[in-house]
Design a protein around this ligand. Structure first.
Ligand SMILES: [Zn+2]
Length: 145
């Protein structure tokens, strides 16, 4: 069993996050992310491109209302997590981002969860979120998205 003291000491106060690591206020509502096209723009059943505010898929008729409600809830949690992070409440930011990730595993949610967890002192949680982010990116790459 690994003894905690056998690890190299971790910096408790790292450098402030880079400008791109936490979205700026004006970016929060923007669901697209360069280099990582938003899978939410597609129908989960037939992968047809979704049209804004449409409650059912124009091609296969899948009811999208529950999906839209979940996405909205995840977006609100993410914005709340961003506010908490900016205010220095890293534990709160991490817990809100974690709920957002459970609702929907999105790159920006995982990124915020990872840095919030680390800054709250939860290094294991930070690493787990970062690893999930890497898997998500690889899967998106494999799908050609
Ligand atoms: Zn469809």
């Amino acid at each position: 069993m690994e003894h905690p003291s056998s690890r190299p000491p971790l910096q408790s106060a790292g450098p402030p996050p880079s400008a791109e690591s936490v979205p700026r206020r004006e970016d929060e509502g923007n669901s697209s992310d360069a280099g990582f096209p938003d899978r939410r723009l597609r129908c989960p059943t037939c992968r047809a491109r979704r049209r804004a505010k449409e409650e059912s898929c124009y091609r296969c008729g899948t009811d999208l209302r529950l999906l839209i409600a979940i996405e909205s809830r995840a977006d609100r949690l993410y914005r709340a997590a961003c506010r908490a992070y900016r205010s220095g409440f890293f534990r709160t930011a991490a817990s809100r981002a974690a709920v957002a990730v459970r609702l929907e595993a999105r790159e920006e949610f995982l990124r915020l969860l990872s840095i919030s967890a680390v800054r709250a002192g939860d290094y294991r949680g930070g690493v787990l979120a970062a690893r999930r982010l890497i898997f998500l990116r690889r899967a998106a790459g494999a799908l050609g998205e």
